[in-house]
Design a protein around this ligand. Sequence first.
Ligand code: GLP
Length: 244
Amino acid sequence: EVLIAATAEEAAKFAAEAVLDGLRSRTEGNTVLGVATGSTPLGLYGELAKAVAGGEVDFGDTLAFALDEYVGLEGTHEQSYRQTLVRELCGVIGIREENLFTPNGFGDSEEQIRAQSAAYDAAIAAAGVDVQILGIGANGHIGFNEPGSSLRSRTRIKRLSSKTREDNARFFDGLDAVPTHSVTQGLGTILEARRVVMVATGSHKAAAVATALEGPLSSACPGSVLQLHPDAVVVLDEAAAAGL
Ligand code: GLP
């Protein structure tokens, strides 16, 4: 389902409705939300916070699993995705920090990080994600599944493309400080969420959105994997929808 909103603010409202609706389908146990970093979901988190304030929903028992994390940053590092989500998600909608799970890309060896990645993937499968929130990179990546990612991939270490490192350099002291690798949920892992809600806003996302939604299913555009999902909601503003 593709929803085109007039503005980014309206897109955030549509996306929040799609998320809340997806969470309602949970009949037993804690609700499980898959969460994303990036500037795009911030409006959506703001709308969810309004729903919390209005008594419509309570995330106090919700488990949250992050899409990705940088390799080499401790979970206490300010620019780690763990700390980013503590600030931008937990603090905003009331998910408890102990209920926020993030991949661990910090370790003494590649082998250790690989083992941590496999354990994270298994924890996601055991919990079962009700709704996975996604953004999309300008090169079509989702999570940190860069172009060339296997459509059936699981949580693993991925090298970041130079485009992604340049895009994210604004959060670090220059390009050299941006990690070169990440741990990311795989495309196969993401597809197992019961519902996925992708949000994209702005003209810089228009080409990636058009390729993901209307191009061929291809690892060259990891976002195209949403074509395989039975309950994918894509929410765009007019600028991001311009290439459709
Ligand atoms: C990062 C994240 C992605 C996110 C993307 C787009 O690379 N790993 O999950 O979708 O950035 O970010 P933004 O929403 O700021 O454009």
